[in-house]
Design a protein around this ligand. Structure first.
Ligand SMILES: Cc1cc2nc3c(=O)[nH]c(=O)nc-3n(C[C@H](O)[C@H](O)[C@H](O)COP(=O)(O)OP(=O)(O)OC[C@H]3O[C@@H](n4cnc5c(N)ncnc54)[C@H](O)[C@@H]3O)c2cc1C
Ligand code: FES
Length: 257
């Protein structure tokens, strides 16, 4: 571990020495500390940022339990064990995705914005939180993305939920029907975004933060109900293998509502 950057609001960027293998936005790594790992299994995290040459990488972490606490208690020089990249990324053939994030769901979008900026492509990011402190990491997007923020209490950016910000940007033609949304965040927020996308004629991909045990397809602990040709008639999918990114029309639970 190189350093732990405090982003405020209980979130940190954990910077680790490379080599970090080539990773696509939406893919994740299983992480644990080399010593004093307090739980049985490693935990999944999206790669947040990475040097061009893979010499270092970082992960956006929020402390919610023992695993994230142990990672955020690391000191410079202590070891982190990484396994990845794992899972399937956001589709690469979307020209100009509208990225929507909540909380640590921000993580895959810095890598995406950075890779697009290197290719001379713009990225629009809609980032919503309860208040300014909940927008941890927003400053890291300076110069790499066009950021539209929203807060429930109006302390920063648009006053209201991120879905209301999306509505506002649609009304102002900053976002247009027919475009594609990439979304990552808490389930209720992703469900609400999926609903607006359906109503407004936007295609939508969600990156699910399901509980995971092994992270590489052997325990079946991360399944979601799915439908569609990608799954060849099988009604369940392992989010660590075919996910974590799914188009909303593939997620059976969303089709029931
Ligand atoms: C593909 C993927 C990418 C992720 N990327 C990130 C990331 O970039 N940054 C980040 O901070 N987190 C990310 N997460 C979530 C992260 O893996 C969990 O927060 C972590 O596993 C919690 O471990 P813990 O030991 O600290 O907490 P635990 O002791 O396992 O849990 C503590 C509390 O958090 C709840 N919890 C734990 N995991 C989840 C979950 N997945 N969904 C809802 N509630 C949960 C538990 O119910 C419990 O109440 C990602 C998850 C997935 C599947
Ligand atoms: S986490 Fe074990 S199969 Fe997905």
């Amino acid at each position: 571990m190189r350093q732990l950057r405090d982003l405020g609001g209980g979130s940190f960027a954990l910077e680790v020495e490379g080599p970090i293998p080539a990773t696509l936005p939406g893919q994740f790594f299983m992480l644990r500390t080399e010593r004093r790992w307090p739980v049985q299994l490693p935990r999944p995290f999206s790669l947040y940022d990475c040097a061009d040459d893979g010499s270092w990488g970082s992960f956006l972490l929020k402390v919610v339990g023992e695993g994230t606490r142990a990672l955020c208690d690391l000191r410079p020089g202590e070891g982190v064990v990484l396994n990845g990249p794992l899972g399937q990324p956001f589709p690469a053939d979307v020209d100009d995705p509208v990225c929507i994030a909540g909380g640590v769901g921000l993580a895959p979008f810095l890598l995406l914005a950075r890779q697009r900026a290197r290719a001379g492509e713009r990225t629009r990011l809609l980032f919503g939180g309860r208040n300014r402190a909940a927008l941890a990491g927003i400053d890291d997007f300076e110069g790499v993305a066009e950021v539209f923020a929203s807060t429930d209490d109006g302390s920063h950016g648009h006053h209201g939920l991120v879905t209301s910000l999306l509505d506002d940007l649609l009304a102002r033609s900053v976002v247009k029907p027919g475009e594609t949304v990439f979304c990552c965040g808490p389930d209720p927020m992703m469900h609400a975004v999926a609903k607006v996308c359906e109503q407004r004629g936007l295609r939508c991909f969600l990156s699910l933060e399901t509980y995971m045990a092994c992270g590489y397809g052997v325990c079946n602990g991360c399944t979601v109900e799915v439908q569609g040709p990608r799954f060849k008639g099988w009604p369940y999918s392992r989010t660590c293998m075919e996910g974590p990114v799914y188009e909303t029309c593939e997620l059976t639970e969303l089709q029931r509502h």
